[in-house]
Design a protein around this ligand. Structure first.
Ligand code: G5P
Ligand code: MG
Length: 229
């Protein structure tokens, strides 16, 4: 594992199925001392545990729409608090939050006063026409957020998580009609966020048709930005 010389507070932005979860896992396997939070994983855990937040979010997620900015911002903020990541020292990756300008402003209200704003926002740019196939073949392990694909990275035992052996499930929003709505949300409200972060000088772009092409670009960016003094 490679150590960081400076704290990294990163956000991954990408279309549904672009590989945010996949790349997060690869980064954590390469660099020491980085944590990660996926807003979608937090919501899915809440749904499976039938919490009040889960009950509120379930039908929205199923429809492919976005949950309310204030709701997701407060959920992520309490996760950051409970992990003691609200400081200048810790390094972490946010996967999937913020994904609207409203959410970006809410996060800045939390991090700005701590002098701990995001210092790298990475757009994972993948052609839309190849990602539908990916999510149709996706299976997830809800407790951990680990993600599989029947062709790209199949589980060792069919239908079971590699680490725990627990059953995998299909996400209810991984069907073509809902995927289209998720892509629309991405184009309408998340893509404009790229400009917001570009103006603040923290935006980087990596692109390619496969996660294997994108990952080396990501690794290089992180190594160059955070591993040298
Ligand atoms: P999520 O959970 O954030 P999305 O739609 O943003 O969901 P998703 O679908 O989780 O993003 P990903 O993480 O970018 O995609 O992609 P992934 O899981 O790593 O890869 C997709 C599949 O492709 C996997 O099966 C993987 O194995 C495979 N794969 C990866 N690379 C390759 C490759 O190179 N080749 C091939 N063949 N396969 C590959 O959000 C879900 C919902 O939660 C709510 C919303 O309702 C949202 O729709 N939500 C929020 N609402 C408001 N604000 C927020 N901030 C919210 N966050 C979540
Ligand atoms: Mg994901």
């Amino acid at each position: 594992l490679i150590s960081l010389a400076k704290p990294a507070r990163m956000l991954l932005i990408g279309a549904p199925g672009a590989g945010k979860g996949t790349q997060t896992e690869r980064i954590l396997n390469k660099f020491a001392g980085i944590g990660a939070l996926s807003s979608g994983d937090i919501l899915r855990r809440n749904i499976s545990q039938k919490t009040q937040i889960g009950v509120q979010a379930e039908s929205i997620i199923k429809s492919g729409k976005l949950v309310d900015d204030e709701l997701i911002a407060s959920v992520v903020k309490s996760e950051l608090e409970s992990k003691s990541w609200l400081n200048q020292k810790n390094s972490w990756i946010l996967d999937g939050f913020p994904r609207t300008e409203g959410q970006a402003v809410l996060l800045h209200e939390t991090l700005g006063p701590l002098n701990a704003d995001l210092n790298m926002v990475i757009h994972l740019k993948v052609p839309e026409d190849i990602i539908l196939e990916r999510i149709e073949n996706r299976y997830v392990h809800i407790p951990s957020g680990r993600v599989y694909n029947l062709t790209f990275n199949p589980p060792k035992v069919s239908g079971r998580d590699d680490i725990t052996g627990e059953p995998l499930s299909k996400r209810p929003d991984d069907i073509p009609a809902v995927f289209k709505q998720r892509l629309d949300s991405f184009r309408d409200v998340t893509e404009p966020l790229l400009e917001f972060y570009d103006k603040r000088g923290v935006l980087k772009v990596v692109s390619g048709i496969s996660s294997d092409i994108i990952y080396p670009q990501l690794e290089k960016l992180i190594a160059e930005s955070f591993c040298q003094n």
